[in-house]
Design a protein around this ligand. Structure first.
Ligand code: B12
Ligand code: SF4
Length: 605
């Protein structure tokens, strides 16, 4: 007998508690149903997992029960997966204010989770909630069979909270991603049912098998194996509320060939950069294009130029793809400073539509760079490298760190001087923190210098002091950090720097330049228009630096109109930096008092 499952359910007059969910990928009952059906074929079976083994639905408000089909062996009912991305704390990196002014909610989407969704059986149902955009509703928890969460270390507090919520709704929980992988023993993960570590390409099939076998818990690891990315599918960009994000994210490679002591990239993803094929990445861009995305895309590679040969192959195809479509995407990425030594690579990047690149400069102090194993930065003259990349037409953003071992006093001021000299507009200054399992972490652990006293010291949050005993007084580092941050983002200094930088950037001979048209195209939403009005109000009217704002704006329009959109983008970012400047002062100062109070324990730690 051929019976659509829905009809079968209705005819059998079984308890039907929910109705059909219009938001989901395919229809399905809202709650677990007690049902045993035996039919030959089920043309409208919503989603079925055909493992041939008896398993049960994993959660829901009802107890579990079996569904079987005589012709297929045992069958699992619909596997409904709720992908949840926990909230970030408000930090320097969250760019809240700037993102809001651009008319969005969050900077970047959770690429890891949409990759996970693409790796799971595609006849399962998925919903994704990024808690940075909105909360998970009780209905969504009740809908889900399995909650899958991914988090970085800075999200661990909200991760723990989301796990509790899932448990309250009797929902099984699988957690993976960088935080779980680097610290599987963390107490925030105690209640997790399935701890799925390492890269999902290897460990997700293990989870699927375990679910198929009815396992109710487990830990899955790749045992040091790294997957080949050529098998990685196109992430499920369709699951995202794309309007909420300022940028979309794609990834071409994982891993980095260098060996910086503080870096956990090489711990998590290895030192041999693995890449996708050019066709794979272009398919991802194609997908985003078809979904209607235009504008910024971040290639979130750890070091985009880690495998130069493969990157050049990609760029050959990417430049063609972009030019055939009149450059729908403006690309940003992260690269090591040796990019400046490869003219062909820079030209190819510019031709492919890269207009921003993030460099880990860290510090101009060569002894600190050598001490941290960042030798590549000592081989390339840093100022020259910034000028060379800027001269090609790519806006340089850079990361700086204070607190290295052996650092001489005045490091903060030397960083500020370097930034002012190079005119680098967006300079991310942070205090060194030892991330779990890095070479730095192991060394400090052996030297008994890690501070494990209080959650006040959370790795990854910008306003936290070092999570280890530094080689010079903690307080000196804190004071230099506050002072450097203050100077860098003082409104007049910042305006001077970004104007100076725009002049340099505008000198680039590149064929591809961002333009004012790009900026206007961005104003297609009321929220973005409101953001621009706020920007002009804050910087052009209410702030003391208003005359400088107008002077440099007019000069940029007259002298370098081709970089006006980049100039305005940098102005928008300063709204975030300025807000954060006072947060830094307040929070770091309070931590200095904390560290003073705990000097003795710190010394014993
Ligand atoms: C883009 C990015 C950001 C973006 C945020 C993007 C976002 N919405 O998530 C920004 C720029 C805001 C950011 C900020 C920070 N970041 Co960040 N970031 C990255 C980066 C470069 C790419 C992330 C990404 O999309 N990867 C691509 C996807 C496909 O990889 P994935 O998420 O790892 O997912 C794979 C696996 O982990 C696994 N997986 C993931 N989740 C799950 C879940 C399950 C159940 C399973 C089975 C598998 C699984 O499968 C996926 C496919 O293999 C990574 C480095 C990296 N290579 O991942 C760092 C990284 C995640 N960031 C990191 C850190 C520390 C930070 C910061 C604290 C700053 C810093 N570097 O010091 C800030 C904090 C943010 C804040 N607001 O406070 C660390 C995390 C370390 C840790 N142990 O948690 C990383 C690893 C790198 C690093 N050392 O800087 N970051
Ligand atoms: S260059 Fe960057 S990604 Fe590579 S090891 Fe150093 S810090 Fe990590």
């Amino acid at each position: 007998m051929q019976v659509p499952i829905r009809t079968a359910v209705e005819q059998l007059n079984l308890a039907w508690t929910g109705g059909w969910d219009s938001n989901s990928q395919s229809n399905g009952p809202d709650k677990a149903i007690r049902i045993t059906i035996t039919v030959d074929t089920v043309p409208e079976m919503p989603v079925a997992m055909r493992t041939g083994k008896e398993t049960h639905r994993l959660c829901g408000t009802e107890p579990t029960e079996m569904t079987t089909l005589s012709s297929m062996g045992a069958l699992q009912p619909t596997m409904r997966v709720l992908l949840v991305y926990p909230r970030f704390p408000k930090t320097f990196w969250s760019f809240d204010r700037a993102v809001e002014l651009m008319g969005h909610r969050v900077l970047l989407p959770p690429l890891g989770l949409i990759t996970v969704a693409a790796l799971l059986p595609q006849d399962w149902e998925f919903k994704l909630v990024d808690c940075n955009v909105r909360e998970v509703s009780p209905e969504e928890w009740a809908w889900a069979d399995l909650a899958i969460l991914s988090a970085m270390i800075v999200q661990k507090k909200d991760l723990a909270h989301q796990i509790i919520l899932a448990k309250q709704h009797n929902c099984r929980v699988a957690v993976g991603g960088p935080f779980a992988t680097s610290t599987p023993e963390a107490e925030e993960l105690n209640a997790v049912d399935y701890l799925v570590l390492d890269e999902g390409e290897i460990t997700l099939p293990m989870l699927v098998d375990a679910l198929g076998e009815g396992a109710t818990s487990g830990t899955f690891t790749a045992d040091g194996e790294k997957p080949d990315l050529i098998d990685s599918p196109v992430p499920r960009f369709d699951l995202l509320n794309r309007n909420a994000y300022a940028m979309m994210a794609v990834q071409f490679s994982r891993g980095c060939p260098f060996e910086c002591e503080f870096c956990d990239i090489i711990v998590l993803y290895g030192r041999k950069p693995r890449t996708k094929t050019p066709q794979q990445l272009i398919k991802e861009l194609e997908t985003l294009y078809e979904l209607g995305w235009r504008g910024d895309i971040f290639l979130v590679d750890d070091n985009f130029i880690g495998n130069k040969r493969n990157v050049k192959l990609l760029l050959g195809e990417l430049s063609l793809w972009q030019s055939q479509r009149s450059y729908p995407f403006s690309l940003t990425t992260e690269a090591s400073i040796d990019l400046a030594n490869d003219e062909e690579l820079m030209n190819q990047m510019v031709d492919s539509g890269f207009n921003r690149v993030f460099l880990g400069i860290e510090t101009p102090d060569t002894t600190s760079l050598s001490g941290a194993g960042k030798h590549q930065n000592t081989r390339t003259p840093l100022l020259e490298a910034v000028d060379t990349i800027t001269g090609k037409g790519m806006l340089v953003m850079a990361g700086f760190i204070i607190g290295f071992d052996g650092e001489r006093s005045g490091a903060g001021q030397r960083i500020v001087d370097f930034i002012n000299q190079s005119n680098i507009p967006v300079a991310m200054l942070g205090i060194l923190q030892a991330l779990p399992k890095t070479a730095l972490w192991h060394r400090l652990d052996a030297e008994k210098r890690l501070i494990k006293l209080d959650t006040n010291f959370e790795a990854g949050v910008q306003t936290n002091l070092l999570n280890f005993l530094p080689s010079r007084p903690m307080e000196d580092i804190a004071v230099e950090f506050i002072d450097a941050f203050d100077q860098l983002y003082e409104p007049s200094n910042y305006l001077k720097r970004i104007y100076g930088y725009s002049i340099m950037l505008g000198n680039a001979k590149s064929k591809r330049r961002a333009s004012f048209k790009g900026f206007l195209a961005h104003l297609n939403r009321p929220a973005a228009v409101a953001g621009v009005i706020t920007l002009f109000w804050n910087q052009g009217i209410s702030r003391n630096s208003r005359w400088l704002f107008w002077e440099y704006l007019v000069k940029t329009i007259v002298e370098r109109p081709q970089v006006l959109d980049q100039y305005l983008w940098m102005c928008v970012l300063n709204e975030h930096f300025l807000e954060y400047r006072s947060v830094v002062r307040e929070e770091v100062t309070s931590q200095v008092s904390w560290s003073r109070m705990h000097t003795k324990e710190l010394a014993r730690a």
